[in-house]
Design a protein around this ligand. Structure first.
Ligand code: IMP
Length: 206
C-alpha cells in the first residue's frame, strides 16, 4: 500500500498521520485530493469502532485508494465516559478546542481529587476499500485531567490531559513524544505492523 486517503478533515489528525506514515514510504492523500468535495458523513455510531468504519467505508466509495478513517475521543470517568464518541461536539455547536476544554473543566469543577479526574484517550482506525472495511486497529492511553490547560502542542483536549509516565500534558509533549505513547500512535503502529508482516487482509491494497 503506497498511497492512502486519510479520510479526516481534522488538521491535528492529518499532521499526526503524515508524521507517522510518510517516513514509511506511504503517500498520504487528504480529502482535498478527491475530485470533488464530498459532504461529511453523519457520525451515527455508538462506538468509536462503528464511527471509524462508517467514515472509512463512506470515503472509500469516493476514491480508488484505500481509505483510512480515525474515530477517537476522550473518556472522563467522572462524566460516565463522556464526551466519548461526541468529543468533537462536546458543549454544543460553535465551540472551538478552547471552548470544549473549558466545558469539560466546568463539568468536573467540583472534583478536586486528582485520582477522581481520571480519563483516557481512545482511537480506532478503520481501513476500507470499495465500501468495505478490511481491518481495524486501536489504541488507548490513560491519564487524568488537570485544572488549567497547559502546553501549546497537539490539538483538542491535549492541554488538559496529564500523562503520568511523561510527567506532563500531551499539550506539553513534542509531536514525536506524543506519538510514542498516544492512542493514535499505538493504533498507527498496529496498522504498520499489519502492513509489514504481510497481513493477508491488506494484501490486495496495492
Ligand atoms: P472525531 O473526529 O469524531 O473522531 O473527533 C475526535 C475528537 O476527539 C477531536 O476533535 C478531539 O476533540 C478529540 N481527540 C481525539 N484525539 C485527540 C488527541 O490526540 N488529542 C486531543 N484530543 C483528541
Amino acid at each position: 500500500m503506497k498511497r492512502l486517503l486519510v479520510a479526516t478533515g481534522n488538521p491535528g489528525k492529518v499532521r499526526e498521520f503524515a508524521r507517522a506514515l510518510i517516513p514509511e514510504g506511504i503517500e498520504v492523500l487528504g480529502l482535498d485530493s478527491l475530485k470533488e468535495a464530498v459532504a461529511e458523513p453523519e457520525e451515527t455510531g455508538l462506538t468509536f469502532e462503528a464511527n471509524a468504519m462508517l467514515k472509512a467505508e463512506y470515503y472509500s466509495l469516493h476514491t480508488d485508494k484505500p481509505a483510512l478513517a480515525d474515530d477517537s475521543g476522550l473518556e472522563v470517568d467522572a462524566l460516565d465516559k463522556a464526551p466519548g464518541v461526541k468529543s468533537a461536539r462536546y458543549g454544543g455547536p460553535g465551540l472551538d478546542d478552547d471552548g470544549r476544554n473549558r466545558a469539560v473543566l466546568e463539568a468536573i469543577s467540583d472534583i478536586a481529587d486528582p485520582a477522581r479526574r481520571s480519563a483516557r484517550f481512545r482511537c480506532v482506525l478503520a481501513l476500507a476499500a470499495a465500501g468495505r472495511t478490511i481491518a481495524t486497529f486501536d489504541g488507548v492511553v490513560e491519564g487524568r485531567l488537570i485544572e488549567e490547560p497547559r502546553g501549546p502542542n497537539g490539538f483538542g483536549y491535549d492541554p488538559l490531559f496529564f500523562h503520568e509516565p511523561s510527567g506532563c500534558t500531551f499539550g506539553e509533549l513534542d509531536p514525536a513524544a506524543k506519538q510514542a505513547v498516544s492512542h493514535r500512535g499505538q493504533a498507527i503502529r498496529a496498522l504498520l505492523e499489519a502492513l509489514h508482516s504481510g497481513d493477508s487482509r491488506l494484501a490486495d491494497l496495492g
